[in-house]
Structures are given as structure tokens and as C-alpha cells.
Design a protein around this ligand. Sequence first.
Ligand code: KIV
Ligand code: ZN
Length: 557
Amino acid sequence: MQKKPITKYKPWGVINLPDRQWPNRTIERAPQWCSVDLRDGNQALPIPMGVKEKVELFKLLCEIGFNQIEIGFPSAAQTEFDFARKLIDGNLVPDGVSLQVLTQAREHLIKRSFESLRGAKKAIIHVYNSTSPLQRQVTFGMSKEQIKQIAIEGVSLVKKLLPELPDTEVQLEYSPESFSDTEVDYALEVCEAVMDAWEPTDNNPIILNLPATVELFTPNIHADQIEWFSRNLTERNKAIISLHTHNDRGTGTAATELGLLAGADRVEGTLFGNGERTGNLDIVTVALNMYSQGLHPNLHFDNIEGIRETYERTTGMTVHDRHPYGGDLVFTAFSGSHQDAIKKGMDQRKNASGDGQEHWQVPYLSIDPGDIGRSYEAIIRINSQSGKGGVAYVLSREFGLELPKPMHPEVGQMMNKKADSESRELAAEEIYETFKKEFLNKKEPLNLISYETGKGDNDYLSCSAVIENNGKKIELSGQGNGPINAFVHAMENAGLKDFKLIDYRQHSIGGGSATESAAFVQLQIKSGKVAYGCGIHASIEKSGILALISSYNRVHH
Ligand code: KIV
Ligand code: ZN
């Protein structure tokens, strides 16, 4: 880095818009969306997609609900041309979907683009040329007037050639490329000249796409540019103002959201933000951000994992674990306090008696992962940072075991220690296996061989059992007001009762004919030592006895 003072870079400056309105607005409707995955996204791939991959991704984009899809730059490459033809000749374009093609404002390129679209029902011809001072000077060596003429001539040519697409409903899109880096009044002048040449109508408005080709400044300046442009455009009703942000500073999403507040009607972007350099705008994030505010984006991400899978396979890109909404870890909590809070929020929601319309309010989760097809499995995962609540949550969610609250710390610490000593995350199955080994299947010193109940004296229940005590078989019998009580008396009669029963509870697991019972018993011995044990069995009675024996074995360990 340059040492202070920094002379290599300068601040961007401000747009003169003292009465800006966007800061006081909220986003109130979903914009028109246009996917540029197959063009801007594709041109940024180390290995661009072939026709097969493009067709697959196109189908996915249609399923998500895009009805404007930029399919490529057909005049620039044969694959792009072939892809356009494949979509049209193969009848792969659903009704209502417009095929958008990008072309430079040059005659032979426009003609070739038209050829690629012949037979399409709806098309958007996207003409662009770069307008910023940097591009004017460095790339083209042209004056403002010359650059404006390129745009006018290109658009006029599209208009002249329109009869060559007799079966197609055509809309024009014009982009002053590098808009964000262009003087706003000059960008407006070029766009108005384009409108004069094209003569849009209220019914067939022109799309004026104002790209942040390179993101150069904070999103508020982008919003100022969009509001300034929107307010100063003469025939605003005949134009759809479109945003096309890139993400060089990491604020492409924010710039688009503020651009919408500033009056834009339409958004171009890609799935998961694939695109040149740091990417295009991530449409998934903007759309789901909207959804999280109670506004349906009219795009459907109900199966985000499937979408991600197709995206990764067709583009060869990967979605980062921390990527909003789609990343592997974004609905996962490792930290104990977060897990506790999430579990409480989930429980509260489960127990709420409402009609299912209540607002989503679960700590640390901005939306319900289930809404986008993410399973709850991933929400709480267990490593050495995790707490008691997380472990209890996993046992409950995965195996239907509702541990008594006083058991949580002991079970939590046990899993924590295991994860820490092995320096890794524990899978749900491993947690259950460890739990079973410690709380369920302890068979020493006592092991239950058989057990029966019958009618006892005075409405009491009688119990007779065979157990092994340190390998020695013993027959027991006793009576009590319930199975546990009868068994405790049987142990007492055999001289084995050196404990106090502190806690007993039971619940059923699963539903229908496969229901089992889980019981938890806590015993205390003279030294003050307490321990829980658990028993699981198809019979409620037996699960209680097994829990008592487990607890006995643990407290005597
Ligand atoms: O980023 C950009 O400016 C573009 C234009 C072609 C719209 O992709
Ligand atoms: Zn772009």
C-alpha cells in the first residue's frame, strides 16, 4: 500500500441532491427481475458453459420465475448463437418469457443478433456502449458527442431492422455502460437521445439499464445517481429504470436495495452473484431479503439446495459456506448460547397455539430455513463450542428424546468433551450413540433379565423380576402403587435399595403403531451423588424399570 499521504486514489465526491427522497422510503413492491446468468455470469467463468449446461440453467431460471432472461451475446460467439437457436427451435421457452440478447451498437452485430432471435415470441434487444470519461478517453478516444452518436445510431439501426423479426414482440434495452462512472447529466443526455431515436410508448417502454459496471463508491451515492436520473428523465412514464450492480466493494446488494428506494423498477443480476471479478448482484439475496420483510419477490427459492446444486454443476462455481441464504453454514449455530436461544425460539413457536400466521421470531435466524427448503437438521450442529441446549435439541429433533432439563448440562458437557478431545464436529448419530452408551445401555452392576407385573394386594401392583447383580442372578419381588414403586420395593426386599428416587418422567416417541416410550429416572445415593438413567421400550412400564436400572448403574459407577 502507498504510504500516507495517499495520492494514488481520490474520493468519489457527491451528487447534488439535497432533497433526496430515498432515505425515507421502504421497498414496497417487487421489481421486474432479469437474470444475466447466461451472459454476464457466463462471460466471467474460467470455462464458459456449453449449450447443454446453458439449457439446464435456463430451465432452472424459468422454474424460479424469471420472465426476462439474458441468454447471451449471440453475435459474439457461435455457442451463444447456437444456444439461442436451440431454445427457440426446440420450443424450450415458456410463454411469457422474454429472451434478452446483448449486442454492441454496430450494424453487423445487430443483424446477427436478430438472426439468432428469429421465431422468438418475446425478445429484449439490449444495446450498450460505454459512456464514462475514462472509457471515452482511454478506450475509445472519442468526444461526448461521438459516444452519444454511437448509441443513437445503434438504436436507430435496431429500429430499422425490426421488420426482420415479424413474429416477435420486441422491447429495447439501452445501457450506458459504466453509468456509475459517468457524469449523471451526460448519461441522461445520452439516454434521452436514445429515447428520441427509439420513440418508446407507455405500453412498450424502453428499459434504461444504469449499470454500476465497476462498483466505485458507497451505495448511497448509487442511490443518489438513480434518484437524480429518475427525477430528471423527461418521459419517465415511457422508461423502465433498471439496476445492474457489480460487487467490487462488496456492497452490490446494498446498492441495488438503495437503488430500488431511489425509484428503479427493474433489477439485473445472477444467482449467488456470479459475474465479472467479484461478481454481479446476487438476486437470491435481494429477493430473499425482500421476503424476510414480508414482501413476496415473485421468485421462488423454495428449494435453494436444489438450485444451488444445479448452479454449481452448470457453472463450475461454488457457493461459499457463509453465502447469505444458500451457504452450507448460514442456518447453523455452533455456539452454545446461540443454540440455546434458537431452541427456545423454536420451542416457543412449536407450542404457540396460534393459527400459524404469527411472525417469525427465532433468535439468530432472519428467516425460517424451512421456507427455502433448508432442513432444520443443519441448524444446530455440535462441536466443542456447543452448549447443553444444542445437544438436547439434536436429541429431540432427530431421535424424539425430550431430556429432562436437569440432564442437559451433564449430557451437553459429555458431548462437548468428546468434540473437543477429537477436535471435530459430532454428527447427530454419534451424539445418540454416545448418549445410549452412557445413559441407556449400562448393564453393570445390575442387569435386568426378566420382569413381570400382576395384581397385588389391596389394589397394589405386584412385580417379580430376575436381575443379575455383578453377574449373580437374583430373583426379586415386591408390591407398590405403580410399576416403578413395586420394583423399588422388590429391590428393597432384596437388600438393594440404597438410593432415593428423585425424579421420574416418561414420554412417548414417534406416533402410530411404532410408538415407544422413553423414561428418565434420577436416583441419589447416601454420599449425595445423583445420576440420571434412561430407558426406551415399547412398554411404558418396562421403559421406567430400565431407566431406573440405568440410573442405579450410573450412580454406583
Ligand atoms: O456491467 C455492465 O455494465 C454490463 C453491461 C453490458 C450492461 O454488463
Ligand atoms: Zn455487468
